[in-house]
Design a protein around this ligand. Structure first.
Ligand code: ZN
Length: 438
């Protein structure tokens, strides 16, 4: 088996990994992500490139150089497999040749479908095949077994990939301090044996762990704020971060408050009920749904019946205005929040905003100034979606692969302190597992 990391050996984001059987007859690609940073390490702006042709995108090295993967090329890739539904792992799916089958988990498919509908990501889902966790499936000479992992995206998978008597384990993105931390604990206690090559993410290498060690600490900190709120509490959080939505819901329930979600979030939670019945839903007692015209329009295009379905939990502005100290409003920093929510609500005394996302995002906006101008106190409560260095070491040690290849990190050389078996690759460099020659 041959391994080529087309992007990700020296950066977080834009992950794209190719595996080729020794015979050369089967080539598969794992993740086709959009970069998070430019070659100059500035935030990647897709707007700057979106009018370029596929040839130009390849020429400028925006698209990873995988022969036979794209629309305009002669097809030679047998399948694309998606580890999870974060843009930096699937953002370039729209360019994949329409005849290449794409494999992903059920939860991942839900999120990709919703993003298609609301954000127009342009992914053709007709050829998607869903896989079941821990159930092997075959693609040509490869056998692939997905492993459910704890991550901020729901239903995220690591992949055990076998061919030519070689075994490679690709972790995808994972952590050990979320609501499914038991998954990593089990993997460390009962590791996969005889792994030749562990391709492991290292997002947290070189980053601070932060004030809140896990989702329980996040839930408790949110609870302490909303239990004592004297006016509105706004919580800024991605509607696709399922673990965080659960943390917020649990805090709201304990504090006996009302969680106000938008139609988009109600739809995400409804779709994800396919993977677990313990995911909070629009019709749970503490949850109410605020209708915004733009969301209602999108949803009606997809299925008008959903608008009636969610209506039983609908909340109006009158009710929100009457009980500000009970309202925990799930928010996004967008036009609707700035021009509708902030204009409708009187936030002049005691309102709080909880920013529950990566700190780097708020640094790129003027949200703190906007909140301050409305007398809203800002508090940041967040924990990372990625494994701490201690957990990376534990997993690497438990799996004890012949080779450890870093991916999804800005500091691959720091892996050298973790294990003597580290092999540092460059993007597009080929490694043959059988003899470890690159
Ligand atoms: Zn991710």
């Amino acid at each position: 088996m041959k391994l080529i990391i087309h992007r990700g050996t020296h950066e977080i984001g834009g992950s794209c990994v190719e595996l080729c059987s020794d015979s050369g007859r089967t080539r598969i690609v794992v993740d086709v992500g959009m970069p998070l940073v430019s070659p100059e390490r500035m935030p990647f702006e897709w707007r700057q490139y979106k009018n370029l042709s596929q040839e130009q995108l390849l020429e400028q090295r925006v698209l990873p150089s995988v022969e036979g993967l794209y629309n305009h090329q002669k097809l030679s890739i047998s399948a694309v497999i998606l580890s999870h539904a974060h843009q930096d792992h699937y953002g370039f799916f729209r360019f994949v040749h329409p005849d290449i089958p794409i494999y992903m988990s059920i939860g991942t498919k839900c999120i990709v479908e919703i993003s298609n509908l609301f954000l127009g990501t342009g992914v053709n889902l007709n050829r998607v095949q869903t896989f079941t966790m821990w159930l092997p499936f075959r693609v040509g000479e490869f056998t692939i077994t997905p492993y459910l992992m704890d991550h901020s995206a729901p239903d995220a998978a690591a992949l055990l990939i076998e061919a030519d008597s070689q075994r490679l384990f690709y972790t995808g993105d994972f952590r050990g301090h979320g609501r499914k931390h038991v998954l990593l604990e089990r993997l460390i206690k009962n590791p996969i044996y005889n792994v030749d090559c562990l391709v492991m993410e290292g997002s947290m290498i070189g980053r601070e762990e932060g004030q809140f060690p896990d989702e329980n600490a996040v839930e408790q900190a949110i609870f302490e704020i909303i239990a004592n709120q004297s006016s509105y509490a706004f919580v800024f959080c991605s509607s696709q971060n399922l673990d965080r939505l659960v943390s917020i819901y649990r805090a709201v329930k304990r504090a006996r408050k009302v969680l106000v979600i938008d139609l988009y979030t109600a739809f995400v939670l409804d779709k994800l009920s396919a993977i677990s019945r313990s995911i909070p839903q629009f019709d749970w007692e503490e949850v109410r749904v605020l209708y915004a015209y733009s969301h209602a329009k999108k949803l009606a295009e997809y299925d008008r019946k959903l608008l009636y379905k969610y209506k039983k939990a609908k909340i109006g502005w009158d009710e929100i205005l009457t009980n500000p100290h009970d309202m925990v409003v799930l928010s996004k920093d967008n036009f609707y929040f700035r021009k509708v929510v902030l204009r409708k609500l009187d936030t002049s005394s005691g309102s709080k905003a909880i920013y529950s996302m990566w700190h780097g995002y708020i640094e790129q906006t003027d949200l703190p100034q906007v909140l301050e101008s409305h007398n809203i106190e800002l508090v940041e409560i967040h924990t990372s979606g990625h494994a701490y260095v201690g957990d990376l070491k534990k997993l690497a040690c438990a799996i004890n692969a012949r080779y450890l290849v870093p991916i999804h990190t800005f500091y691959p050389e720091k892996f050298l302190q973790m294990s003597p078996k580290v092999i540092l690759l460059n993007d597009d460099e080929q490694m043959t597992l059988a003899d470890s020659t690159k």
